[in-house]
Design a protein. Structure first.
Length: 443
């Protein structure tokens, strides 16, 4: 049942929450998973990670590096959809700052707007479930809930988790401090990794992606180890899970075994991970603060796909395929360009451009444009190069923070680039492409 521990407890990556309920029969290969959605297709499980320090001693807070004040709200929220045929799992992260209308415990609209994580502080799990149902239009069959120490114990019980990064990561708030590379981390350090919000691009979306990556890598490792190949081992893991995860009244030991069997049949290529598409990333609301507003059309397409039990990867309604996509925002890239027309064209693509054509040499160097930059700026260099097809990249030790573009004799055609943070931080992707083995660079 290790897979359950991961997919449903570790999905609550902040290590904060898990309360599960499933149906009765262990499905045979190809049969529907337990707990089919009422009025829908497949099974939907809401996984909550609660930001609460209640019951933690001062020593535990120091050890876990969670010394701040908890809000008794959801810090992590993920929706797991198991397909009706048991052959696919889709995991969608709902960022905690999502701006939604709350529903009461009966599902009725309250007329009150706020961050989705606040529903738990107001009305606990029941209000959270009804609020998610109202926001998504999906029926939630089951939900999960646990604490910081429960997450730590679950990871340690699984023999640790795999995390990877292409550069050192430090975050004072979460206590994260790891070097570049692939690491097998214990429960404490994994908790720090999944809670970190101040590494790479700031905010929740990058953190959510790291959480998703950790989950799929752990699932992959457990599958390779044959953790679910023996029913007895599955049962032992279910027993251990109940020591660190609170289960709801409708959930028993066999329920955990059954859902573990279903998840255990799925390879990484049959799992999907995504974050709700966002339209506004810093929507300021008086009395509420900075919020995230879902992209209406894309998020509606996402919920429609899950309701219809369809894959979310490859659906262009959820994630349109952009022309010349880039992974960093041109608006944050300062460029000096020694050609006036090229400078103007790059400015139209939202790069921060300084025109240095007045100081350009009378005789242009042979060949395409050259982009010079400081080592460590490779990702932004790739974004700039996408707008200047054919340009040569030169990393120059000691170079300043700005990029320098020297235009040569070759004609330059500036290409339009598309930056969509949803692509960079939350586009639907299968587990085999998301995990450490799926790409060389991770953070």
């Amino acid at each position: 049942m290790r897979r359950l521990t991961v997919a449903l407890t570790l999905l609550a990556t902040l290590a904060s929450g898990t309360f599960l309920s499933t149906a009765r029969a262990v499905p045979a290969e190809g049969e529907p998973p337990p707990g089919r959605a009422a009025g829908g297709r497949g099974t939907n499980v809401l996984v909550l990670g609660i930001d609460s320090r209640a019951g933690l001693s001062a020593a535990e807070k120091r050890r876990l590096h969670v010394g701040g004040k908890g809000c008794n709200c959801t810090d992590v929220m993920m929706l797991l959809h198991l397909s009706e045929d048991g052959r696919r799992a889709s995991v969608v992260s709902l960022p905690r700052d999502s701006y939604v209308e709350y529903a009461d415990a009966t599902g009725a609209a309250t007329g009150r707007m706020g961050k989705i994580n606040g529903a738990y502080a107001i009305g606990g799990g029941p209000m959270t479930v009804k609020t998610v149902e109202k926001a998504t239009g999906l029926h939630i069959d089951h939900y999960l809930e646990t604490g910081f120490t429960g997450f730590e114990q679950a990871v340690d019980g699984l023999g640790g988790a795999t995390v990877c990064t292409d550069r050192p990561l430090q975050d004072e708030n979460s206590g994260l401090d790891i070097t570049a590379g692939v690491h097998l981390t214990n429960g404490n350090n994994t908790l720090r990794y999944v809670r970190a919000r101040h590494v790479g691009r700031p905010g929740d979306l990058g953190r959510v992606r790291r959480q998703q990556r950790m989950v799929t890598d752990l699932l992959t490792r457990l599958t390779a180890e044959g953790a679910l190949s023996d029913p007895l081992r599955t049962a032992r893991t279910a027993r251990d899970l109940l020591k660190s995860v609170r289960a709801g009244a409708g959930t028993d030991f066999l329920d955990l075994v059954r859902i573990g069997v279903t998840l255990g049949r799925l390879g990484a290529e049959r799992t999907e991970f995504a974050t709700v598409p966002i339209r506004l990333f810093d929507n300021r609301v008086p009395g509420v603060g900075s919020t995230l507003v879902w992209h209406e059309a894309r998020s509606a397409a996402l919920w429609d796909a899950l309701a219809a039990d369809r894959p979310i990867t490859g659906d262009t309604r959820i994630q349109p395929v952009p022309n010349t996509p880039v992974t960093t925002n041109p608006a944050g890239i300062a460029v000096r360009v020694d050609d006036a027309s090229v400078a103007a064209a790059l400015r139209r693509e939202n790069f921060e451009v300084t025109d240095t054509s007045a100081a350009a040499p009378l005789v242009r160097p042979e060949g395409p444009p050259v982009i010079r930059f400081a080592p460590g700026q490779e990702e932004n260099a790739a974004t700039l190069a996408a707008a200047l097809p054919g340009a040569r990249l030169e990393a120059v030790p000691g170079h300043g923070a700005d990029f320098d573009v020297t235009v040569g004799t070759q004609r330059v055609e500036v290409r339009a680039v598309t930056y969509d943070r949803n692509v960079a931080d939350g586009a639907p992707v299968t587990g085999d492409r998301l995990g450490c083995a799926g790409s060389a660079g991770r953070s």
